[in-house]
Write a protein that binds this ligand. Structure first.
Ligand code: NDP
Ligand code: MG
Length: 397
């Protein structure tokens, strides 16, 4: 059987590294076509030495020159490219079978859509791309015949609990609702006052998962669960009312599907992203992922509680954005990206993240999300508005 040729968008990140770990265990099945990063040139050069991709992509020409010099010194044949057009090219090239979409944030939208439009097998980690462009994205999946496989652990779990012939983008049959589990993040038991003084280091210290900084802050604010609620609606044809968020601090059950006959199916496993990544790579087969098997005796009790939307308003904001429709989810995502960056930069208090998002959304007109250009314009205007509002909320440093 020919090896699957893979592009990893965001190869230097947490998901990128886990993907390369799984691939390295199965060199008979997979080969790397392209690896991409934003600016961490040394990390990307190290990956090129190890995996010998045909192409390596970085964001700017300066970084490309630096990467080229490093690779030439090692006499590597990898061709260095730069910029968004190059990301789109390596995501849609005829020589690629599978694209791991693992860039963080809105920067991943165009290359991920390019992979979808080219009919690739698309492993979707970059939830922001789907949140921004929901209807358009799913329409592109249906038009191109792309195979969309969710990598987010919850959506991967739901996918595994659905019948074997279910395809993302089609409608589920006999499903009553989806139960989306959440760890609750590092501030699950913190008061509002304590969270006001939370530092970036405290926010990125997730109790169960090791992830990039942006998604770690999203997990702490529960915006990650809000984005995932929107993601679940698009992937599984649900309304927000049919997706219930359940806080489950042990992170052993990754999500559940309730059927009309009273059955509830769950997927369990140790919290390690290599499980959903391996499923995405090999589906409909299964391959070893390097993840130790779950030992229920050491796991102990499993607990469940309702999320507190007063202390964590981001979940409510995301649900309302999905209910409002149009470009509102794209605007929510853009304002959140500005807020998280400002928080990580020490310029915004943790508890002001939802305040900034809500003000941004109330002060902007709603737009229907019919075209990509409208979505990109909504993203831009929400970013500009959030940046304008920052000084009024910011710490003034
Ligand atoms: P990381 O921050 O660890 O990695 C992000 C990757 O994207 C890096 O390779 C980075 O390059 C690249 N990147 C960042 N900005 C840009 C840009 N402007 N243009 C091009 N490339 C860029 O993130 P994660 O791996 O944690 O997350 C990636 C995506 O997967 C996110 O959407 C997240 O929500 C999702 N996800 C992650 C999970 C996890 O466990 N980590 C779980 C579920 C979903 P560089 O290194 O050069 O900065
Ligand atoms: Mg998740």
């Amino acid at each position: 059987m020919p090896r699957q040729r893979i592009t990893i968008l965001g190869a230097t990140g947490s998901i990128g590294q886990s993907t390369l770990d799984v691939i390295a265990r199965h060199s008979d099945r997979y080969e790397i076509f392209a690896l991409t990063a934003h600016q961490r040139v040394d990390a990307l050069a190290a990956l090129c030495r190890q995996h010998h991709p045909r192409y390596a992509v970085v964001s700017s020409s300066d970084h490309a020159l630096k990467l080229q010099a490093l690779l030439s010194a090692d006499r590597l044949a990898t061709e260095v490219l730069c910029g968004e057009e190059a990301l789109v090219a390596v995501a849609s090239d005829a020589g690629v079978d599978t694209v791991m979409a693992a860039i963080v944030g809105a920067a991943g939208l165009l290359p991920t859509l390019a992979a979808v439009n080219a009919g690739k097998r698309v492993l979707l980690a970059n939830k922001e791309a789907l949140v921004m462009s929901g209807a358009l994205f799913m329409q592109a999946v249906n038009n191109s015949g792309a195979t969309l496989l969710p990598i987010d652990s919850e959506h991967n779990a739901i996918f595994q609990c659905l019948p074997g012939n279910f395809r993302c983008g089609s409608t589920t049959v006999n499903v009553e609702r989806i139960l989306l589990t959440a760890s609750g993040g590092p501030f699950r038991n913190w008061t509002h006052e304590a969270m006001q003084a939370a530092t970036p280091e405290q926010a990125v210290k997730h109790p169960k998962w090791s992830m990039g900084r942006k998604i770690s802050v999203d997990s702490a604010s529960l915006m990650n669960k809000g984005l995932e609620l929107i993601e679940a609606c698009w992937l599984f044809g649900m309304t927000p009312e049919r997706v219930q968020v359940v806080v489950h601090p042990e992170s052993i059950i990754h999500s559940l599907v309730q059927y009309v006959d009273g059955s509830t199916m769950a997927q369990l496993g140790n919290p390690d992203m290599r499980t959903p990544i391996a499923l995405g790579l090999a589906w409909p087969e299964r391959i070893p992922a390097g993840v130790p098997p779950l030992d229920l005796f050491t796991t102990g009790g499993l607990h469940f509680e309702a999320p507190d939307e007063v202390r964590f308003p981001c979940l409510r904001l995301a649900r309302e954005a999905m209910q409002a429709g149009g470009c509102v989810p794209a605007m929510l995502n853009a304002a959140n990206e500005v807020a998280v960056a400002a928080f990580l930069d020490g310029k915004l208090r943790f508890t002001d993240i939802p305040v900034l998002i809500e003000r941004t959304l109330t002060e902007l007109p709603m737009m229907a999300a019919l075209e990509l250009s409208t979505i990109l314009a909504a993203d831009r205007s929400a970013r500009e508005q959030a940046i304008r509002l920052l000084p009024a909320l910011g710490r003034g440093c």
